[in-house]
Design a protein around this ligand. Structure first.
Ligand code: C2O
Ligand code: CU
Length: 469
């Protein structure tokens, strides 16, 4: 599990005695060019931030680049498909943490789940993550320890994997959508109410994007803009719609659509991503509005204003994005694995150094997950590497659940609730009473958690894992 920090890279470069000058960067030893984006040193830290537009909120938790005094949103990391990436995390919080790279199909030891894949990173300690992203697209990163508090207080960052074959747009905007649970004085209030945790989850009181209220962006008139949207909130689903411009959905959950779809409204749950290409109005000063229409009163999420000379582009110019590799499951030979979501009255919550909410409200296959403990329940299934499987997911609850699988992607093959397109994803938003089949080839060895990404559900029982051997 040895990985190389940026410092090690620089040191070995020095040791090579000017190899840089010959165009042999240190990282050529590891197969990729040396550049800042290939190696980052992040710090998990406490900070103060202006989140409600009026008060400085104390006790905000974020990631910042080590050595920089940033007090802002966690940096949007940019990686390249197929290029090795190293991230060192130093924990400057006063509690343990880890990083999970949501949606990335990487080595199990880099997955960031305490006990299952790695030890905690204690205060003052460091952990080196090192992996090569196999897929291009929009992903994100967050802790997998005391998750409701750490994510609720700020630790959700975007991660973009670029593909050299990606089409070039006139502008690109990344939106990190999330709420804050603040009181009238701008300070954090209790992160959850048990009553709500047993229903749809506890909602934030201040709604934002990129740690701002209704951020406004400028984009070239008549230009094509790629908008990468991630729902990193602990609870909220978004029903997004655009006014003032036409847009295409080009990718969902990081995975390109074979044919871009016109955007009408699109619902994404916590953990999910939506990539749009919008075509800006031609005359300067016109404003396009991205709105969340899920609550009864529509809410502006962000606005885009056209500036400069008309680029005269058209949505018809948008090619599909390059495909990511995905091994097609063999449905004829696939073994079926039941995955039944339900409420539970049985309390299995156990104390954990990674935080417990103290309740069990939910279960998968009748087993409520006890929390991050050294001896969790047995895996939901043992899967053989290279074999095809189908999860028969049934939602026996009256709530929506964004179910997320670590380490592997699945294909949605059938649903009792809606027509399915051959969607490849890591997170499926299952509706009340819906039965859905998610198929995959078990191609990544290790223990992989799967859980609801409404964090209160995750932390009160709706978590399990599969083992690929
Ligand atoms: Cu984004 Cu286990 O989660
Ligand atoms: Cu849920």
């Amino acid at each position: 599990m040895v990985s190389l920090s940026r410092r090690t890279l620089l040191k070995s470069a020095a040791g090579l005695g000017g190899a840089y000058g010959l165009g042999l960067g240190a990282a050529s030893l590891f197969g990729g060019p040396a550049s800042a984006e290939n190696a980052v040193h992040l710090e998990a830290r406490l900070t103060d931030a202006l989140l409600d537009g009026q008060h400085l909120t104390r006790g905000v938790m974020s990631y910042g680049m080590a050595g920089s005094p940033d007090t802002a949103m966690p940096p949007t990391l940019r990686l390249r498909r197929g290029a090795p990436f190293n991230a060192r995390i130093t924990n400057r919080l006063d509690e343990p943490t880890t990083i999970h790279w949501h949606g990335l199909r990487i080595d199990n030891r880099m997955d960031g789940v305490p006990f299952l894949t790695q030890p905690y990173v204690y205060t003052g300690d460091t952990f080196d993550y090192s992996f090569t992203p196999p897929d291009a697209g929009t992903f994100w990163y967050h802790p997998h320890c005391n998750t409701l508090t750490q994510m609720g207080r700020g630790m959700t960052g975007l991660l973009i994997v670029e593909d050299p074959k990606d089409p070039v747009f006139d502008a690109e905007i990344a939106l990190n959508l999330r709420d804050w649970r603040l009181g009238g004085d701008g300070q954090f209030i209790e992160q959850f109410k048990p009553r709500d945790a047993a229903r749809n989850g506890t909602f934030g009181t201040v709604r934002g994007a990129n740690w701002q209220l209704e951020p406004a962006f400028d984009a070239p008139s008549g230009g094509l803009v790629r908008v990468r949207i991630a729902d990193t909130d602990v609870t909220r689903l978004y029903q997004l719609t655009l006014s003032g411009a036409q847009a295409l959905i080009v990718a969902l959950d990081g995975q390109p659509l074979p044919t871009p779809l016109a955007l009408e409204t699109s619902v994404i749950g916590p953990g999910q991503r939506l990539d749009l290409v919008l075509r800006m109005p031609e005359s300067e000063g016109e404003v396009v509005t991205l709105t969340d229409t899920r609550p009864s009163t529509a809410k502006t999420v962000a606005t885009f204003r056209s500036v400069g000379a008309n680029r005269k582009r058209s949505l018809g110019d948008v090619p599909p994005l390059a495909e990511n590799p995905f091994e097609k499951p063999d449905l004829a030979s696939a073994e079926e694995i039941p995955l039944v979501l339900s409420a539970t009255a049985e309390n299995a919550a156990r104390d954990s150094i990674c935080g417990t909410l103290g309740y069990s409200f939910w279960a998968i296959n009748k087993v409520p997950w006890p929390g991050d403990v050294p001896d969790p329940s047995a895996p939901l299934a043992e899967m053989k590497r290279g074999k095809s499987y189908v999860f028969n997911l049934i939602n026996n609850t009256p709530h929506l659940h964004p179910i997320h699988l670590h380490g592997m992607n699945f294909q949605v093959v059938s649903s009792s609730a809606r027509p399915v397109s051959p969607l490849i994803s890591d997170t499926y938003l299952v509706a009340p009473d819906e039965k859905v089949q998610l198929a995959l080839v078990a191609d990544n060895p290790g223990d992989w958690v799967l859980h609801c990404h409404i964090i209160e559900h995750q932390k009160t029982g709706m978590t399990s894992y599969v083992r690929v051997v």
